[in-house]
Design a protein around this ligand. Sequence first.
Ligand SMILES: Cc1cc2nc3c(=O)[nH]c(=O)nc-3n(C[C@H](O)[C@H](O)[C@H](O)COP(=O)(O)O)c2cc1C
Length: 582
Amino acid sequence: MMKILAINGSPRGRNGNTDRILQSFLQGAMDAGAEVETIYLKDLKINPCLGCFTCWTRTPGVCVYEDDMVSILPKIRKADIVIYATPLYVFTVSGLMKNFMDRLIPNVNPHILKRGKHYIHPPRYPDDQKTQKIVLISNCGFPEHHHFSALVETFKCFTDNPDMELAATILCAGGELLSQPALSESLREYLDAARQAGWEVVTYGRILPETQKTLDSPLADSEAYANMANLWWESQMPHQEVITAGESSESLSPPVSLQVEKGGMPKSCREVILGMPQTFNPSVAGDLGADIQFHVTGNEPGDYVLRIRNGKCTAHEGKVSKPTLTIYTPSEVWLRIARGELNGQTAYLKNMYRVEGDFSLLLKLGNLFSGPEEKTVTSIPTPSDSKIVPKGPIRIPGMVWLTVAFLPWTVNWATSGFLSPLVSLGLPLFIGMLIWIYRKLFEKPTWMETGTVIYFTIAWLATLSGGVLFEAYEDVLGYLALAGIWLGTLAAEEPLTAEYSKWSYPRALWTHPVFLRTNAIITTVWGWVYLMQATMALAGYIYSEWLLILIVARNLLLIPSFVFTAWFQKWYPIHGSVERKR
Ligand SMILES: Cc1cc2nc3c(=O)[nH]c(=O)nc-3n(C[C@H](O)[C@H](O)[C@H](O)COP(=O)(O)O)c2cc1C
């Protein structure tokens, strides 16, 4: 079993940003079957190297210090992969990590030998050594990637010898975002990619380009990040002027009470903002007092204030002189957020709107104006928010796998009647088995893939042993089998379509009741479509004069089914499930 040793060099240890990336990576490595161990340097006693070289002279391989490094040195030698996980401190590794790396020298010989292009210190225990893979994981406080250049150079030099290989680097600029729980949904894609990277490094020895691309993409627009970071630092400084707007009684225009149809789509930005008190959640507000100023630009410019006092929220047109929080937004952006077409956190990280004032209030905004029902529903992101794909060298999206799963059926429909039944059933069986084996190797085969193999095995064996049933009623039995497979999965953990569509969503939502219900309904509809197709195919045998019409009708049935599926999967999570809860 592959052994991975991870060294975490952050003084924040398990609470740090580095560890968030590291643990996601290790989770993926464990998914791929690796054995992992994390060492938190902050918890250990490791003295700084004295530079005495006793470990190279009088006591070869043994340091003068008998501290925690004694037990780590052999672990380092035995590991197949060593992960150096460090926050960026002054453009390089943290002090803890540098101290640790200095203390690795007992593991090498003092001699200077030419190996490959360069002179190096060869490993002291060459028997233990293979080409050890090194993974570098880091994050930094600035939003720009170039801050890592010296760190990367250090690791290139550190691993530039025949005994080591720098197999992967994950460098997360703007990593302080990782510790903001309010942004967790927007950052899930990044951590999912880190997990995928762990799986890939164990499986392929490197990170595949698509995953690397996600890991190299900035978490946030630099300007938005800087703006947010500055607001956050200000909110942490005790000497800053305390924002008193929450208690101010500055007069405002009379409150506007706008009755927005619940669950309906807002038509204007004014309607959205003035309707926000309807979704105000007093239990989240507690005794909060605040004035939230909106400066709206774009198609529908305007100024609005939401005043929160004594567990109540009122909406006003106009301005206040000292708002607690000011939101500068184009009307189109706020409207799209309200409609659930755009994730509020993601829009902020992309600098689509800007804020000034109390940053902690901004982070609370989603919960303050959630209303209990909408909160459940809006926690389902749009599919485009996530890009995880099933494991394996063929990296195609989950939904494309559903088309692949239909390949045996398509071949069967295309060849039956033209080729001998043994071929038109045997060929799909062969293709179905290839798909099943591939999925078994890299992921779990779905019920559709398993059911397909079972059906074609039975059909082929029955035909081989002289049976004529499948030859005579191939289409009827095929549709019945499909109906059985699809409707049968309603009793399983995941309805059939969920097994494929889940890849478009963050893992945390795979068990979300709204997600499962949406897919259960779609799966049921398709199960019935196949039943109807089976009935029409059977009718074709009984009423042969209607055969052509029945064949056309059963194929045309697919058009409304596809249209329904495309519409329903978007509509239901936003509207249908809310109505159901009322
Ligand atoms: C002493 C010190 C030096 C730092 N130097 C840098 C730096 O050079 N560049 C940078 O972008 N961030 C720098 N940072 C910010 C950290 O990299 C950032 O806070 C990171 O998220 C910490 O990760 P951790 O939570 O895993 O410890 C520094 C932080 C400290 C405390």
